[in-house]
Design a protein around this ligand. Structure first.
Ligand SMILES: [Zn+2]
Length: 119
C-alpha cells in the first residue's frame, strides 16, 4: 500500500519511466501549484498527495493512486484586493473548474478567495 507521495512518485518513476527520474516541471493549475512530467503517452500531474494521469491530447484524467476518474467541481472565487490596511472584497467573482480525485482527496471548497494587489 502506498503511504505517501514520495512512495507514489517512486512507483510512478519505476513503472513509467524505467527508474529514471523525469524532469518535473512547475505548472500553475488554476491557482494550485503542481508539477508535471511527460512520457510518450501520458502527462503525469503531481498535485498535493496524488498524481493524475492524463492521456496526452485529451482532457481526461485518472488518479494514479486509485484509478478513479478525476472529477471537477466549479468553484466560485471571490476576487479580493490587498493594499490597504485590511483586505477587502472587490465585489467581483470568477468561476474555475477545480479537479480532484473523489477517493483520495477532499472535495474542494465551493467558494474560494483570491487576493490581488490593488492597483
Ligand atoms: Zn485517487
Amino acid at each position: 500500500m502506498v503511504k505517501d507521495i514520495g512512495e507514489l512518485t517512486k512507483k510512478l518513476v519505476q513503472e513509467k519511466f524505467g527508474g529514471i527520474v523525469p524532469k518535473w516541471e512547475k505548472f500553475d493549475m488554476k491557482g494550485t501549484p503542481v508539477l508535471f512530467a511527460k512520457d510518450k503517452n501520458n502527462i503525469y500531474i503531481l498535485k498535493g498527495n496524488v498524481i493524475y494521469v492524463q492521456k496526452d491530447g485529451t482532457g481526461y484524467m485518472t488518479c494514479y493512486k486509485c484509478g478513479s476518474d478525476i472529477q471537477s467541481i466549479t468553484q466560485i472565487v471571490s476576487l479580493w484586493l490587498k493594499g490597504y490596511n485590511v483586505a477587502g472584497g472587490s465585489g467581483k467573482t470568477k468561476e474555475r473548474e477545480m479537479p480532484y480525485c473523489p477517493k483520495c482527496e477532499k472535495e474542494p471548497k465551493k467558494h474560494d478567495v483570491e487576493f490581488s494587489n490593488a492597483a
